[in-house]
Design a protein around this ligand. Structure first.
Ligand code: ATP
Length: 352
């Protein structure tokens, strides 16, 4: 029943037992409080697959992706990219290897792009830093990338401030793809954009994924979008990965938190009572012992306080793994009959 920490020689990216702790805000050398931003995370990304990362605000999604792209050094654990343990490489080689393996698109292109540089310089930056081929070939590559993301070649000389939000995000995507990485990590890539252009940027990402055979890690609060784009979904709660499941298993989340999260999105699952969660989200400085979700879980028992549950593989599909002593297996109580009003008017209760 218990699945060991994954070891996948063919994976493109892999976190093994990765933790990130920060000094707590307002903390000092004497105050040793730590924020447990990420704890014991095991995540793998196979070539060509899209992994969606979901969970409520502050659960560690951004920390996880920063670790994946080498922007955050973990406090513990191993980060494998393209088969290499990146924190065992020297600084120069690590930067070179990361740059050629993974590209990152941030949430807000207004802040992620240097507003004083013209588009050409922004896109060429990773090529220049890595001394990719000749200066002439780099120039040509910028032209190819502009075309790839649907920008006119006249955009070369524009400053980011002269572009719309959608155009800026296209520039950010071009920069992320400059060195032809096999993996693109996108942290809420559309949420800072006007609603009218979100679909265009999402479609562009999906199109590029198909054309370039990219693997993707996609972080979003928008579960409908995550469902649409992902092959697999990773659910996080208070710094822990609590479940990962193929998107085809979305109706059969085993972890109670997965169920609560999914049930809070109208139309994501077939008709279902939203599962009300009581109590506040615990502090990431002092997470509960055992399963971090136990203080808000309707299925928790004393066992849940003893230790973090080990991974369990689902008997119906071993690609679904969860960390729960009392997984959901009977859905009859959760799903209300289609057309029934039961549960439809519970909007005043606290939901995820
Ligand atoms: N540099 C830091 N110093 C202290 N605490 C931090 C730091 N960075 C993140 N945290 C804390 O770590 C936890 C995880 O943060 P993270 O940004 O990864 O969450 P998130 O799921 O991406 O949130 P959101 O959806 O709001 O972006 C939070 O409690 C956050 O306050």
């Amino acid at each position: 029943m218990t699945a060991p920490s994954p070891v996948n020689p063919g994976s493109l990216a892999e976190l093994r037992e990765v933790s990130v702790e920060h000094r707590a805000p307002g903390g000092s050398l004497l105050n040793r409080d730590r924020v447990h931003a990420l704890t014991g995370a095991d995540v793998t990304v196979a070539p060509g697959e899209t992994v969606g990362v979901v969970g409520e605000s502050g659960c560690g999604k951004s920390t996880l992706v920063k670790v994946l792209v080498g922007l955050q050094r973990p406090t513990a654990g191993t980060v494998m990219l393209g088969g290499r343990d990146i924190w065992r490489l020297g600084t120069t080689e690590r930067r070179r290897h990361i740059g050629r393996t993974v590209g990152m698109v941030f949430q807000d292109p207004s802040t992620s792009l240097n507003r004083r540089l013209p588009v050409e310089r922004i896109i060429a930056d990773p090529l220049d830093v890595q001394r990719w081929r000749s200066p002439r070939e780099r120039q040509q590559r910028v032209g190819e990338l502009l075309h790839l993301v649907g920008l006119p070649s006249s955009a070369r000389d524009a400053l980011p401030t002269h572009l719309s939000g959608g155009q800026r995000q296209r520039v950010a995507i071009a920069r992320a793809l400059a060195l032809e990485p096999a993996l693109l990590v996108a942290d809420e890539p559309t949420s800072a954009l006007d609603v009218s252009v979100r679909a265009q940027i999402l479609n562009l990402l999906m199109d590029l994924r198909e054309r370039l055979g990219l693997a993707m890690v996609f972080v979003s609060h928008d579960l409908q979008t995550v469902r649409r784009v992902s092959d697999r979904i990773v659910t996080m709660y208070l710094g822990r990965v609590v479940e990962e499941l193929p998107v085809a298993r979305i109706e059969r989340g085993r972890h109670p938190y997965t169920q609560a999260l999914f049930s809070a999105t109208p139309g994501l699952l077939r008709p279902m009572r939203p599962i009300p969660l009581t109590g506040p989200v615990p502090s990431a400085v002092r997470p509960p012992s055992g399963c971090p979700f136990r203080t808000r879980c309707w299925r928790a028992t004393d066992t849940c306080a003893t230790a973090m549950p080990p991974y369990a593989e689902d008997s119906a599909d071993p690609a679904q793994r969860y960390r729960c002593y009392h997984p959901v297996t009977d859905y009859s109580d959760l799903h209300r009959p289609a057309g029934s009003a039961d549960g439809a008017d519970r909007s005043t209760e606290e939901h995820v």
